[in-house]
Design a protein around this ligand. Structure first.
Ligand SMILES: Cc1cc2nc3c(=O)[nH]c(=O)nc-3n(C[C@H](O)[C@H](O)[C@H](O)COP(=O)(O)O)c2cc1C
Length: 191
């Protein structure tokens, strides 16, 4: 069987983003376990805020189509999700909304295994935002989201110089999540 194809990205495009760091670390851990990893930044796929008039006039933007094709080629997707006001970031929601509106045939979201993580400078580690993101993916899109998640609190001091997690328990959570993602994608691929 071929190695699982896993897409990794962050819901933040801020330079120095903690979720960017978490995504980079997840990509590294997945690659060590022989996943075929594609790590992208949403900065390379700018999209206007979803507007039904824009969609009626010219359809989904080219970057939404590119992302749909990219998502479609994956077995699993790891998203590092920042928490804004206890919810999903507009960037991540807008990206998922546009992808869900691309009319080209093919399934970009529904038949993927998602793994979610979050990093926040606060003490809740972005956990409240993860719950909202899970609801969107599971209920709105009908995707499979792993029950395991990783939550990095006090993110400003959570990463060392090499991009690793300083707290052993959190590092263990990430390893378990990455492991679960590979097991679940391999299981899906075998069907
Ligand atoms: C509009 C806004 C709302 C925020 N709300 C929350 C919040 O509810 N919980 C939280 O832990 N952090 C919150 N934050 C702080 C973010 O966690 C912090 O800016 C973090 O660095 C964003 O992720 P990034 O480092 O990946 O860009 C908020 C930040 C912004 C800009």
């Amino acid at each position: 069987m071929r190695n699982p194809k896993i897409l990794v990205f962050s819901g933040s495009i801020r330079s120095g983003s903690f979720n960017g760091k978490l995504a980079a670390l997840a990509a590294k851990r997945l690659a060590i376990l022989d996943a075929d990893v594609t790590h992208v930044s949403l900065k390379d796929y700018p999209l206007p805020i979803y507007d039904g008039d824009l969609e009626s006039a010219s359809g989904a933007p080219e970057n939404a189509k590119k992302l749909k094709r990219l998502f479609e080629a994956q077995d699993g997707i790891f998203i590092a999700c920042p928490e804004y006001n206890a919810g999903i970031t507009p960037l991540l929601k807008n990206t998922l909304d546009w992808i869900s509106r691309v009319k080209e045939p093919g399934e970009a979201l529904k038949n993927k295994v998602f793994a979610l993580g979050a990093a926040s400078p606060g003490k809740f580690g972005g956990m409240r935002g993860l719950i909202g993101t899970r609801t969107i993916l599971e209920v709105g899109i009908g995707a499979l989201v792993l029950p395991q998640m990783v939550s990095v609190s006090a993110a400003a001091s959570a990463f060392d110089d090499k991009g690793g997690l300083t707290d052993e328990r959190t590092a263990g959570q990430l390893d378990k999540l990455v492991d679960a993602l590979l097991r679940a994608t391999r299981l899906e691929m075998s069907h």
